[in-house]
Design a protein around this ligand. Structure first.
Ligand code: ZN
Length: 160
């Protein structure tokens, strides 16, 4: 079965950056499961996997535009520290969930200087060229429920 929309795909993958450093990888015995055509994974990877089948191995290089986007300086903000009064041990590198005009998103604390805190709402992989080594472990038809939910159920996917 080929990879196409409304099919569930299981992949083993290793993600590295331009310097060859591993950023992420699937767990050894449990491949990542995603619903093809539902925006579950970044567009560049979805495009590269289209039409492939079980057992295929591929190396894909993905530009920021087809990955987690380019960095947007407008998403970097300085805010008063008192907004974080509920977090006594606020530190650089901490990731927090914050409400924004575009709904809840994860922001990273990048600087704390006196009473001002700099937060960055860019995805941590924004602006990065991504290198994926992928092996397709399996492809199956999605169930009706999975299509309605827009994600995979069971091993490697959602449990709810
Ligand atoms: Zn579901």
């Amino acid at each position: 079965m080929e990879i196409a929309d409304q099919r569930v795909v299981y992949i083993h993958y290793i993600l590295t950056d331009d310097s060859g450093e591993t950023l992420d990888r699937s767990e050894k015995e449990s491949p990542l499961a995603y619903l093809h055509g539902a925006g579950n994974i970044i567009p560049g990877l979805e495009k590269a996997l289209s039409g492939r089948s079980r057992g295929d191995k591929l190396a894909v290089t993905i530009t920021p535009e087809d990955g987690y986007g380019v960095r947007d300086d407008a998403l970097v903000q300085q805010v008063p520290r008192r907004l974080f009064n509920g977090i006594p041990d606020l530190q650089v590198g901490m990731q927090l969930r914050a409400d924004s005009d575009h709904g809840p998103r994860v922001v990273t604390v990048t600087k704390i200087l006196g009473d001002m805190v700099t937060i960055d709402a860019n995805h941590s992989l924004a602006g990065q060229t991504l290198h994926f080594d992928v092996e397709i472990a399996d492809v199956r038809a999605a169930t009706e429920e999975e299509m309605v939910h827009g994600h995979v159920h069971g091993a490697g996917g959602h449990h709810h």
